[in-house]
Design a protein around this ligand. Sequence first.
Ligand code: C2E
Ligand code: MG
Ligand code: MG
Ligand code: MG
Length: 287
Amino acid sequence: RAKAAGGGRTHVFGKALRLELDQQAALEAALGTALTQGEFALHYQPVVATETDVIEGYEALIRWHRPGFGPQPPDTFIPVAEKSDLICEIGRWVLREATGQLSRWTAREPERYGEITVAVNISGRHLAEAGIVADVENALARSGLPAERLVLEITESVLVDVPTAATHLLALKELGVSISIDDFGTGYTSIGQLQRMPADTLKIDKQFVTFTTPADRDLVTLMVRAAHSCGMQVVAEGVETQDQLEELRALAADSVQGYLFARPLPAEAVEGPPGVSREVPRAADVV
Ligand code: C2E
Ligand code: MG
Ligand code: MG
Ligand code: MG
C-alpha cells in the first residue's frame, strides 16, 4: 500500500513538473514573438529632486501585455529574455521607444520636457556586446534626442561581473550619455571601487530606503558620502512615505523615485496636468 501511495505521489509530482515546464516553454515561445506583435510598452516613473520636488527625468520600465494573461511585470520575463540574444533586441526597442518618446514630448511641450532626462535599463548581456554603442548611437540619431538627455542604468552586479562592461561604458560616455549604477548596495562592490566606475549617478536600492533597521540610516549616509566624494549624484529608489522622503532629504540624497510621487505610468498618463502627483494611484491602475 505504501508503495502504491508513493507511486501516486511520484505521478502527481511528475504531472506538476510537466505542467510547469509546459508553461515555461509557452512563455518562451510567446516572448519570442512579443516584439514583432507589438506587445511591449514602456511605463514612465518620475525622478524628483529632493530639495525642490521638480521632476528631473523619468525611468522607462518595460511591461509586456501578454495576450490572455494581461500586463506582466519585468521580473517574470526579463530573466527569460536574458537567456538569449532576445534581450538585446528588446534592449534596442526600449532605447528607440524611450528616446523617441522624450523627443516627441519635447517637441510638443518644450517648456515642460526640454530639460529632463529619460533613463533606460540595460541588461548585462546587452552591455557585454560591442554593438551596444551603435545601438545607443542609432537610438539617439533616430530620435534626435541630445545624448545628455539619455541615462543608461546598469546594475551594480553587471559592472562587476561583465569583463567588457568598463570598456563599453567608456565608449558610451564618449557619446555624451550618463551612466547610473542601479540597485546599489545589493551587489558586492566595495565602496572603494566606486572611484573607478565610469558612472555619474548612484541609485541606492529600495531595500535601504525603508529604514527598517537602525543600520540602514548609517548605510545610506555612507553611500551618499561615498558617491558625492566621487562626484556622483545620488538617487534613492522605492520612496513610499513622507517620512522616508524627509529622512533622505536630511541625509542629502539628491533625488528620489517611488510610489510617494507616482507609480510607473503609461506615456498617456504622464501627459496629464503638469506637476508631481503625490497621490498613489489605486493598485488596479498599473502593474
Ligand atoms: P529597477 O530598474 O531597479 O526599477 C525599479 C523597480 O522598482 C520598478 O519595478 C519599479 O516599478 C519599482 N518601484 C518604483 N517605486 C517603488 C516604490 O516606491 N516601492 C516599491 N516597492 N517598488 C517601486 P519593475 O517595473 O517591476 O521593474 C523591475 C526590474 O526589471 C527593474 O528594476 C529593472 O531591473 C528591470 N527592468 C525594467 N524594465 C526593463 C527594461 O526595459 N530592460 C531591462 N533590461 N530591464 C528592465
Ligand atoms: Mg532601473
Ligand atoms: Mg533599481
Ligand atoms: Mg531592480
